[in-house]
Design a protein around this ligand. Structure first.
Ligand SMILES: *[C@@H]1O[C@H](CO)[C@@H](O)[C@H](O)[C@H]1NC(C)=O
Ligand SMILES: *[C@@H]1O[C@H](CO)[C@@H](O)[C@H](O)[C@H]1NC(C)=O
Ligand SMILES: *[C@@H]1O[C@H](CO)[C@@H](O)[C@H](O)[C@H]1NC(C)=O
Ligand SMILES: *[C@@H]1O[C@H](CO)[C@@H](O)[C@H](O)[C@H]1NC(C)=O
Length: 468
């Protein structure tokens, strides 16, 4: 092949590569595996299905991820221990004397740390475990979904490999504890905080992925892998139920408590303990939930924070995830009233009535879709809210599992069958994870920009098609 033809086809490939909707890491969710495996989807979800596969492809350009990759070593001396630093914690070296010559390590251990709610200390990114876990949990979930949607074994192979790397392979496995999560630093610090348990809230996505692999009969998810993972999960559940910082997190009144139950219940389901999961979900709805939503639908513990729009949407995502886990194991929480007589729907309606001001409104969209799907949308309130703000919301993965929900005519006007060709793409070529650590506040938008890489891959494929 002449160099000119090579260049021509490479350029052609770059021009025709489909742009990919940038990836959003949803705060949490639980998708009924049976719904996915049955594959009797409304054709309005075709584009959302295409996006799921695109996201799986893009997430899998990174990884596998492992706790041993971090450069810092936890106080235990064992990199297999998960570790992260408290995200809103800042050093106050004013009492330390001459601070000009302190090295980073000296700052971490000699200066007292103070909390500034909502203000991320960027040095938290030096310890990579929380970003790595978040990326892994999304990659594994979208790969499991893509395996079923596309019926392509390669996705199941990848998901299984990523799970093995993070949890099971001796060289790279995470120990089943969070003793060093969101560590406080300073002279009295270097131990994990209860808030660190939140770092692994997306264990729900991992459990969800495994249930999909397991129930779809994937040959890549072997019985040996399954029993090893169940064994790991049982040890970690034991930590979640007995470690004092885990118990403290479990009794938190706000989103921290809500997410704790997401994690515990989904892992109990994974470990084949449905009775345990039922008790867990029942406990949440008989305890924290009762005081989380007031008569107006406000969530006072969340709206008191520095980023109230975010925190309302965030806790709603966790409440919805608990209710979905409940549905999966036969506990109906959707109509349960709080002490003030409100439901999840009341809280969503209230959140929708408020302005996001300078915060990111799109965090609420998956919540709005869920509430419209679960409670019904006879007045077009929920679909209408979405349409007004994101006219092509039917392209978003959440639209796939929030059915029935109207696509507001999007599929009809753009032609049904084409898969996700996003029109609202915002990428940064070759950017790596742009994520605010998973943290007390959460993952706002984990954005991967991979168009250029993808174009490169397509170009290589186009070229190799000629060489072959
Ligand atoms: C992290 O660890 C895994 C497993 O050892 C390895 O395959 C991967 O390349 C590492 N990633 C980075 C960024 O070092
Ligand atoms: C503070 O430490 C720096 C670096 O060691 C040194 O140059 C400076 O003289 C010290 N200042 C005082 C007031 O001790
Ligand atoms: C994949 O396709 C085969 C053959 O048509 C079918 O038997 C199987 O159920 C499909 N698997 C999934 C996960 O859809
Ligand atoms: C698919 O969704 C549309 C829009 O919500 C609805 O009108 C239609 O009845 C659905 N079709 C099926 C087969 O459920």
């Amino acid at each position: 092949m002449s160099p000119n033809i090579f260049v021509f086809f490479s350029l052609l490939a770059i021009l025709f590569v489909r742009p990919v909707l940038s990836i959003t890491s949803y705060a949490n969710d639980f998708i009924d595996p049976a719904y996915i495996i049955a594959k009797s989807f409304n054709t309005t979800t075709d584009k959302a299905q295409g996006t799921v596969i695109d996201w799986a492809n893009n997430l899998n350009l990174d990884g596998p991820w492992s706790v041993v990759n971090k450069t810092a070593t936890p106080p235990s001396g064992d990199k297999h221990d998960y570790m992260s630093w408290a995200p809103y914690s800042w050093p106050d070296c004013s009492s330390v004397g001459n601070t000009t010559a302190l090295s980073d390590e000296e700052v971490w251990t000699t200066c007292p740390y103070v909390t500034r709610d909502g203000e991320f200390n960027p040095d938290v990114g030096l310890v990579t475990d929380s970003n790595a876990f978040q990326a892994m949990s999304d990659a594994v979930l979208y790969s499991a979904l893509a395996w079923v949607l596309g019926n392509q074994t390669a996705y199941a192979t990848t998901a299984a490999m990523q799970i093995r790397t993070w949890f099971l392979d001796t060289a790279t496995a995470m120990n089943p504890n969070l003793d060093y999560g969101q560590m406080k630093r300073g002279p009295t610090g270097q131990t994990g905080a209860h808030t660190g348990v939140l770092d692994l809230k997306c264990m729900t996505k991992v459990a969800n992925a495994i249930l999909i692999l397991r129930d779809s009969g994937s040959t890549e998810w072997t019985s040996e892998l399954d029993s090893q993972m169940v064994e790991w999960t049982k040890k970690y559940i034991s930590w979640l139920q007995t470690a004092s910082i885990a118990q403290e997190e479990g009794s938190a009144d706000n989103n921290h408590g809500t997410f704790y139950y997401n994690q515990l219940a989904s892992l109990q389901i994974l470990a084949n303990d449905k009775n345990g999961a039922y008790q867990t979900i029942k406990t949440y709805f008989e305890k924290q939930y009762l005081s989380q939503i007031d008569a107006q639908g406000d969530q006072p513990l969340e709206s008191a924070r520095t980023r109230p729009f975010h925190y309302r949407a965030y806790n709603l995502a966790a409440m919805i995830t608990n209710a979905r886990l409940g549905t999966y194991i036969g506990f109906n929480a959707w109509t349960l009233p709080t002490s003030a007589g409100s439901t999840i729907q009341t809280a969503a309606d209230h959140a929708m009535s408020l302005s996001a001001a300078s915060e990111q409104e799109s965090e609420l969209y998956p919540v709005v879709a869920a509430v419209g799907a679960v409670y019904g949308d006879p007045d077009n309130k929920y679909a209408g809210y979405l349409k007004q703000r994101e006219y092509n919301y039917a392209i978003q993965p959440y639209f796939l599992w929030n059915q029935p929900l109207s696509d507001s005519g999007y599929t009809r006007t753009t032609g049904g069958k084409a898969s996700a060709s996003a029109t609202t793409t915002t990428h940064k070529s070759g950017a790596t994870h742009k994520s605010s650590a998973s943290d007390t506040s959460g993952d706002v938008a984990l954005t991967h920009g991979r168009t250029v890489f993808q174009a490169g891959i397509v170009a290589i494929l186009a070229v190799s098609a000629f060489v072959l």
